[in-house]
Design a binder for this molecule. Structure first.
Ligand code: AMP
Length: 253
């Protein structure tokens, strides 16, 4: 069975982001970009399923500018078999990405589609849910464990999710959409030989028009501002003063 994994190129999680002077967005000039951390977990999970003999092919998909090829090469260095770049210079919002992924699902017919639960740049947490809705597939979001099993000739995924009250386990008929949470796995480090091997793997490029998808943005950003600066702390001489301040000034006890 095939697995389709969505990988987004985002600002590296170690970079301290700066807002553009005109407040229209985040400054991406000369900033290190990497694969969205939740998507690394998604690729790792797909590759582990392949290593376990459950999956036969792992296809990584990235939507965005030409440099997303690097993100796809990283996915292939982790172990994805091939990559598809949906190339566009538009600002691709979650609905547009979901439509592109739906078009690729129709084409590739994967049994499992794995996405990150959210992209750390826009924190939308929407794409997986929208893909499931558009493709009419069952979904399990925020997965912390995924087990695929054959039940009477029908493949199903048992997905454990961390919810406020504990752990919830869902059973989904495949094909299905799963989004990854942090504790699903710990992605492997990519090794140099695998980076070299990834360079030879198949990477196809398509345009949104080839998939018949209109990716024009539907939402406009009104303003982006930096978080408020934290004010300096004060040193207190003793516990009694601390308690008094927490009680009377901060009013938290
Ligand atoms: P979001 O809904 O933007 O928080 O993103 C959730 C997940 O959707 C990400 O972790 C990716 O797996 C996938 N995704 C979002 N945008 C893209 C993109 N441009 N290319 C590939 N995958 C994406």
């Amino acid at each position: 069975m095939k697995v389709l994994v969505a990988v987004k190129r985002v600002v590296d999680y170690n970079v301290k982001v700066r807002v553009k002077a005109d407040g229209t967005g985040v400054d991406l000039a000369n900033v290190k970009m990497s694969m969205n951390p939740f998507d690394e977990i998604a690729v790792e999970e797909a590759v582990r399923l392949k290593e376990a003999g459950v999956v036969t092919e792992v296809i990584a998909v990235s939507c965005g500018v030409a440099q997303c090829q690097e993100t796809l090469r990283t996915a292939m260095a982790i172990g994805a078999d091939r990559g598809i770049l949906v190339e566009s210079n538009e600002d691709l919002q979650p609905l547009a990405v979901a439509k592109l992924l739906k078009a690729l699902i129709d084409k590739e017919q994967p049994q499992l589609v794995i996405l990150g639960k959210q992209a750390i740049d826009d924190d939308s947490n929407q794409t997986g849910q929208m893909v499931a809705a558009l493709a009419g597939l069952p979904q399990a979001t925020f997965a912390s464990k995924v087990v695929v099993a054959d039940e009477g000739g029908q493949k199903r995924a048992s997905v454990t999710r961390e919810v406020d009250g504990g752990l919830e386990t869902l059973s989904l008929k495949l094909p299905a959409v799963v989004t990854t949470d942090l504790r699903l796995n710990e992605p492997r480090y990519v090794t140099l030989p695998n980076i070299m091997k990834a360079k030879k793997k198949q990477l196809d490029t398509v345009k949104p028009e080839d998939l018949g998808v209109d990716v024009k943005p539907r939402l406009s950003t009104v303003r982006v501002v930096e978080p408020a600066k934290r004010s300096a702390g004060v040193m207190v001489p003793d516990v009694a003063t601390l308690v008094q301040k927490l009680k009377n000034e901060a009013k938290v006890i």
